[in-house]
Design a protein around this ligand. Structure first.
Ligand SMILES: C[S@@+](CC[C@H](N)C(=O)[O-])C[C@H]1O[C@@H](n2cnc3c(N)ncnc32)[C@H](O)[C@@H]1O
Length: 232
């Protein structure tokens, strides 16, 4: 079973209920049942194929009575009263943001979000910090050579983010993570190559963007220096 999914499931505390959006094979709902989670467990998926796979997994694990499957877009088909934890994993940060933005009830004070964007985490962090969500925990996990981030958030006063931290996570929260130096290096390389691409291109109208990327690169390099100083 996937370490990534195990780690995501480990962030669920006892409570009213969990919605696993984009459940696919329903691996997370099955893990929650096996872990003895007592609340409601709902798996949603927008596609019929994954719903069929989920039905099969639940039958094989003999937990079809414990999990409600809903064929819907995001959280659209869910009864908010049954849920206090929302998991959305394995989708782009823009898709996750769209799903949360449509479900106004996700900002209810007792709600916990467990999010794992595969791309564009900066869009998701930007949305969270501009919609009164505090990111309480960030973890990195490597699976098949790719580093994924797991972001836990709750409705509360948001922390301030530097632009570069929208991509990598807030230094204070992630600096002790074993995979953070790797994430920093990946983004430093990415911004350096974006800067050299833009510097060689016809930059009409792109000077402001170039300035933002250069600034983010400086921020990330200063975080790398801080890490190196802490290691001395
Ligand atoms: C790559 S799989 C991830 C499965 C699992 N959550 C994981 O992290 O391994 C993405 C799943 O999300 C579903 N999905 C994509 N967009 C969705 C949406 N707007 N609402 C619900 N499910 C969605 C897809 O059908 C697919 O089953």
């Amino acid at each position: 079973m996937s370490n990534r999914l195990e780690l995501i499931a480990s962030y669920v505390n006892d409570g009213i209920g969990v919605a696993d959006v984009g459940t696919d094979h329903a691996y997370i709902p099955v893990m929650l049942v096996k872990r003895g989670y007592k609340g409601n467990i709902i798996g949603t998926d927008i596609n019929e194929g994954p719903i069929q796979k989920a039905v099969q997994s639940l039958a094989e694990a003999e937990c079809e009575d414990r999990v409600q499957l809903i064929h819907c877009d995001g959280l659209d088909g869910c009864d908010s009263e049954l849920i206090d934890t929302i998991i959305i994993a394995g989708m782009g940060g823009d898709t996750i943001t769209g799903i949360l933005d449509r479900a106004e009830w996700c900002s209810r004070s007792d709600m916990k979000l467990i999010l794992q964007p595969v791309t564009k985490p900066e869009i998701l962090r930007y949305w969270l910090s501009n919609n009164d969500f505090l990111i309480t925990n960030e973890t990195f996990v490597e699976e098949n050579g790719t580093v994924y981030q797991i972001i836990c958030a709750k409705p509360d006063k948001a922390a301030k983010y530097l632009d570069s931290e929208l991509f990598t996570g807030r230094f204070e929260l992630v600096s002790a993570e074993p995979l953070y130096p790797k994430v920093l290096s990946l983004h430093i390389k990415r911004f350096e190559s974006a800067i050299s691409g833009l510097s060689n291109a016809n930059r009409d109208g792109l000077d402001a963007w170039l300035g933002i990327i250069k600034n983010m690169l400086c921020e990330l390099k200063s975080f790398r220096e801080k890490l190196n100083e802490n290691c001395k």
